[in-house]
Design a protein around this ligand. Structure first.
Ligand code: SF4
Length: 372
């Protein structure tokens, strides 16, 4: 498999993908990020923010992918692991562990490694949602079908050009978490070249083998979503009420909240845009204490990612953000928190054992790779 990341070369990317899809030995698994479902439609004449999950799945099936899974499933597992890591640190009163920064924004990880190296040790060790979905798909399907992992190809449809960097990261067994990343724009281009139109695509369903995600996994794709997911999940684990669940749903560039969860009080901040991030980093440098810092490089979070349809007007970003929050609430009927998601339960029973297990650390956590 080629080892470069096709950063600016869709021709080579499409050619390589065609080859993988036409190889009868391959099982090609594709996943879609939350933000893609509310933006891909713009390339086909839909309004921004329309939730087109079913049609996007149908389009990917028409393109020949064997299994379509949801990146929010990886987000569910990410937040479940994160919640336990934080809880254990709180239990052992490990103040040095905090603040924890999210790892899911590659723009933030790259920026941090270049400009704030001392802060990097506080970035969560848990891999990003699409890396987790890719790793789970490879290992789960390998066990299920006794298929060599090299023949299970993992493809991500992402709102983010920078996510291509994460195709360079490898698991301890040498496999990549994700082999190829296509942006939302590239998926539209790939489909159009094959004469396919999202408007004519059938409504599809996620693979029966790894279906579904919770509300928390979907809301990840918009600013404040990760903070909301973490707090909801922690409240559920601790079996306590959480006040004002939707506080982090505003589009404000910096959102701060002291949240009481049983015997713990957590200071949480959510920020999008680097200029705003610098303000929060300065506060921390001056002694402000936070438990969790959610950083999203792009305006409004991943809905405003650089791989999304252009131009990224304020109006479009607002519509995508609102559309994704609506889509998350629809998913809430299926499961609100990761631990209630039957697919997450199945994955832990059949593959991972429990959050923080040796297997979970091997398959879901970052291995040491310098992204510089
Ligand atoms: S916020 Fe932007 S840079 Fe960060 S992962 Fe999302 S799309 Fe990529």
């Amino acid at each position: 498999m080629p080892d470069d990341i096709y950063l600016n070369n869709p021709e080579r990317l499409f050619e390589a993908l065609e080859k993988e899809l036409s190889n009868p030995d391959n099982m090609v698994v594709v996943q879609i990020a939350p933000a893609v479902r509310v933006a891909l439609g713009e390339e086909f004449g839909y309004f921004p923010g329309e939730d087109l999950t079913g049609r996007t799945v149908g389009l990917l099936q028409q393109l020949g992918f064997d299994h379509v899974i949801d990146t929010p499933l990886g987000a569910d597992v990410n937040i479940y692991e994160e919640a336990y890591e934080i809880l254990h640190a709180l239990e052992r009163e490990d103040d040095d562990y905090f603040p924890v920064f999210n790892s899911c924004c590659i723009g933030w990880r790259l920026y941090c490694s270049r400009t704030h190296e001392d802060v990097c040790k506080h970035i969560s060790p848990i891999a990003s949602p699409h890396m987790i979905s890719g790793s789970i798909a490879k290992h789960y399907l390998e066990n299920k079908f006794h298929k060599p992992k090299e023949e299970i190809i993992s493809v991500s449809i992402m709102p983010c050009t920078l996510k291509k960097y994460e195709t360079m990261e490898r698991l301890p067994d040498g496999a990549k978490y994700v082999d190829y990343v296509l942006t939302t724009q590239e998926l539209a281009d790939f489909a159009k070249r094959k004469g396919l139109d999202l408007k004519a695509a059938p409504e599809g369903n996620f693979s029966e083998l790894l279906p579904g995600s919770s509300k928390d996994g979907v809301v990840f794709g918009v600013t404040g979503g990760l903070a909301e997911a973490l707090l909801t999940t922690l409240a559920h684990i601790l079996d306590v009420e959480k006040e004002d669940e939707h506080y982090f749903r505003s589009n404000d560039s910096i959102k701060k909240r002291k949240v009481r969860l049983g015997k713990y009080t957590l200071d949480v901040v959510s920020v999008h845009g680097f200029a705003n991030l610098e303000k929060v980093l300065k506060e921390i440098e001056l002694g402000e204490k936070y438990h969790f810092v959610e950083v999203m490089n792009c305006p409004y979070g991943c809905v405003g990612g650089p791989g999304q349809p252009l131009p990224p007007t304020e109006e479009k970003l607002r519509a995508r953000a609102a559309g994704l929050r609506r889509a998350a609430d629809t998913k809430g009927a299926f499961a609100t928190v990761p631990q209630e998601n039957p697919t997450v339960q199945k994955i832990y029973q059949e593959l991972l054992d429990f959050p923080g297990s040796e297997t979970a650390r091997r398959l879901l956590y970052f291995q040491k790779v310098k992204l510089k």
